[in-house]
Design a protein around this ligand. Structure first.
Ligand SMILES: Cc1ncc(COP(=O)(O)O)c(C=O)c1O
Length: 363
């Protein structure tokens, strides 16, 4: 098994170990928009260089206004962070007054557990199963919440399964959390790929919910570190009070504003990703050795039913310059599961060729 909190996208270390430049690697392990950054971002960053002589705008006023208007919310309902990871790590402190017992809907992003462990919380998992297609059953969750938890982590669409929980079920979860006195951290890191399913309208003014969003994935700026939270103004103010000063630097603020200015890029991204996701899913499903789960974001989870493990497949593809995510270290999954990002057609074809050769054992 790999290290417990390993992530995808470890491209610099892997390129070094293979003796290759990072550009020579096709990274399907981190799920980043295959179109790259929005067209105006690089020039906005270049133009902002002289401003690096000053401290960043501490209130990130322009960025918060942009995010608020993108979502039809007020700036007071937005907090920005050094990646949504910063905000995830603040959550145990935000909720700390209440207690120290959390429930994580699994399989899930490993930083939830990392943040809770670091803060000394007790962690339990609510497992979604492959037999149910990793779908969330609100009635089963209700029974579990009755055991008493201070904080619930839920990701929608989920990572790594890609499964989208419908808005009606999210609404049930919000009500259940209110009834059981549980704070809900609803992670929508990949929701820009299917924005119409966001719970942003549902959580307006609800004090015990935070919606977490990331600009890393859809807007392809993982190296700048930019994420944000949406929630009731009082909750947002309490969260912001816990942050280190200047946690969102000038370049990240500028890139965030420029990214959100380009509606055409968002439309192109959604269209491209939906088309390539359907293509990739269809092609992978042709292999009887694989089961592919119907993801709603820019990645797909697959299970190897026979013919090797995800570790074997990863090991086969890596020296060929192709990285995939072995999902063995996700709570609730095992060594048969792997995740691949949806990329451009010719890149997806290279991945498919590699997987096909591996499964046919023709190498
Ligand atoms: C589900 C999920 N939430 C949050 C994050 C953190 O994203 P950020 O880069 O904004 O810290 C990730 C990153 O992989 C993720 O997969």
């Amino acid at each position: 098994m790999s290290a417990p909190h390993e992530h995808g996208g470890n491209i610099f270390a892997i390129a070094r170990s293979l003796g290759l430049p990072p550009e020579a690697i096709l990274d399907f392990s981190a799920s980043i928009n295959p179109l790259g950054m929005a067209p105006g971002v690089a020039s906005a960053l270049a133009a902002s260089l002289p401003n690096l002589l000053h401290y960043p705008d501490k209130g990130a006023v322009e960025l918060k206004e942009r995010i608020a208007s993108y979502h039809g919310l007020a700036p007071e309902e937005v907090a920005v962070g050094n990646g949504s990871t910063e905000l995830i790590h603040l959550l145990p402190r935000l909720v700390a007054g209440a207690g120290k017992r959390a429930l994580i809907v699994a399989p899930a992003f490993a930083e939830y557990a990392a943040a809770l462990e670091r803060a000394g919380w007790e962690i339990e998992y609510f497992h979604l199963t492959k037999e149910d297609g990793f779908a969330l059953d609100a009635a089963r969750l209700k029974e579990r919440l009755a055991l008493g938890y201070d904080l619930l982590f839920l990701c929608n669409p989920a990572n790594p399964t890609g499964i989208l929980t419908p808005a009606e079920t999210i609404w049930d979860v919000i009500r259940l959390c209110r009834a059981s006195g549980t704070f809900l951290a609803l992670d929508e890191a990949f929701m820009d790929f299917c924005e119409e399913a966001s719970a942003k309208e549902l959580v307006r003014g609800v004090p015990n919910v935070l919606l977490l969003r990331s600009m890393t994935k859809f807007f392809a700026i993982p190296g700048l570190r930019l994420g944000y939270a949406l929630g009731a103004a009082e909750t947002i103010a309490s969260l912001a009070a816990l942050q280190d000063p200047w946690s969102v630097n000038t370049a990240a603020q500028v890139a965030g504003v420029a990214s959100l200015a380009d509606e055409d890029y968002r439309t192109r991204t959604r269209k491209l990703v939906a088309g390539e996701r359907a293509f990739l899913a269809g092609e992978l499903a042709r292999y009887p050795q694989l089961r592919v789960y119907p993801g709603a974001a820019n990645y797909l989870l697959a299970e190897i039913l026979s013919g090797g493990t995800a570790k074997d497949l990863r090991g086969y593809l890596m020296p060929r310059g192709i990285l995939i995510r072995d999902c063995a270290n996700f709570e609730g999954l095992d060594g048969r599961f792997f995740r691949v990002a949806v990329r451009l057609r010719e890149e997806n074809l290279k991945l498919l060729e590699g997987i096909g050769t591996f499964l046919s054992k023709r190498y």
